[in-house]
Design a protein around this ligand. Structure first.
Ligand code: DAH
Length: 345
């Protein structure tokens, strides 16, 4: 390429820059001349074939061309820019659009974390329906026929036999009716009670039930070590567990389970009402009468009370969420207030 030809190309490129009508065309010009396989880099590559004496002049001209062309491109880009942004509906000078990352609800978090912890101990997750029958929710769980929990003032009855389950415990019955021992499950789900809503009560809440029944001895000590492991995984390595004697119709003996208060570490604070402990769950050794009801439903003796052993527990999901995340009012979990929910992100 002669020097005159370089000059001509220089001129032509500037004319082309001046002639483009939009930024896309301008970009095409830039690529044609300055792109990796553009004319200018090609020229530079040919430089080695130019006689040494002429090389400095070639170099100077090429350099001047590049400088002029880059200047012209930038100028034209600035002039065309706003027009294109409008055309494409895109103004790169505006602040970016904010995408909320989304966050898991505390109740879902507790359920998922619990399932993961118990999975490590060999528990699978089982499910049962929100609409239960009297047998699974009460009778098979050894609840006396006229127990107050069955009253219409406590339970949402749908018919004489169907109700919105008041606890996740009926899933124990469903599982034992369906499967032979050993059964090792947890079952998270919604539960319903005719409770007046306040800071710690809701008519619709969640429980996680656990059941382990085996043909080898299963003791209260097994239950305690399992729940202690859960407490530490869920609340931190320093968490402790305490059992207090209690009564539930479907376990014997029955206990109420406290976790050491994670807020004060057991020293006593407002959250634990100065006791250092927080009630988390009901639990116990499965009552032989529950097995008899199960056998009746199954039509066999797969759950012979002389041959099977088991423990069960049930805790409130909201309770754990409130303690773990320091939520003072259960209603915050249901109001869908973004100021609250976005803090879980
Ligand atoms: N279902 C009981 C409740 O709602 C909690 C409970 C207590 C579940 C003892 C259990 C258990 O499995 O063994 O208050």
């Amino acid at each position: 390429m002669t020097l005159a030809e370089v000059e001509a190309l220089h001129e032509r490129s500037l004319d082309e820059v001046a002639a483009v009508a939009d930024v896309a065309a301008l970009e095409a010009v830039r690529v044609r001349y300055l792109g990796r396989s553009g004319l200018l880099p090609a020229l530079v590559r040919q430089m080695k074939d130019v006689p040494a004496a002429e090389r400095p002049e070639y170099g100077k001209r090429t350099h001047a061309w590049r400088a002029a062309l880059e200047g012209a491109l930038a100028e034209r880009q600035a002039a065309l820019g706003p027009v294109l942004r409008e055309e494409a509906g895109f103004d790169c000078s505006l602040p970016g659009r904010w995408f909320a990352p989304g966050a898991k609800h505390p109740v879902s978090r507790v359920i998922e974390e619990t399932a993961a912890i118990f999975a490590r101990l060999g528990f699978s997750v089982a499910d049962g329906p929100d609409i239960e029958n009297r047998f699974n929710n009460f009778t098979a769980l050894n609840t006396p026929a006229h127990h107050p929990s069955m009253d219409a003032s406590d339970t949402f009855w749908l018919t004489d036999e169907l109700l919105l389950r008041t606890q996740t415990s009926p899933v124990q019955i469903r599982m034992m009716t369906q499967y032979l021992p050993p059964v090792r499950i947890i079952t998270p789900g919604r539960t319903y009670r005719r409770d007046t809503t306040d800071a710690t009560h809701s008519a619709n809440f969640h429980q996680i039930e656990g059941l382990y029944v085996d043909t080898r001895p299963v003791s209260l000590a097994d239950l305690k070590s399992t729940l202690a492991y859960y407490a530490q995984e869920m609340m931190g390595a320093k968490a402790g567990v305490r059992f207090r004697p209690h009564f539930f119709p479907f376990t014997e003996p029955s206990v109420e389970v406290d976790f050491s208060c994670h807020v004060c570490g057991g020293k006593g604070c407002r959250v634990c009402k100065m006791s250092g402990w927080i009630e988390i769950a009901g639990a116990g050794i499965v009552d032989p009468r529950v097995y008899e009801h199960v056998n009746l439903a199954r039509g066999d003796r797969a759950y012979d009370p002389e041959k099977v052993y088991g423990y069960a527990f049930g805790f409130g999901v909201e309770r754990i969420a409130m303690i773990k995340y320091g939520i003072p009012d259960i209603r915050w979990l249901y109001e869908n207030d973004m100021r609250f929910l976005s803090q879980m992100a």
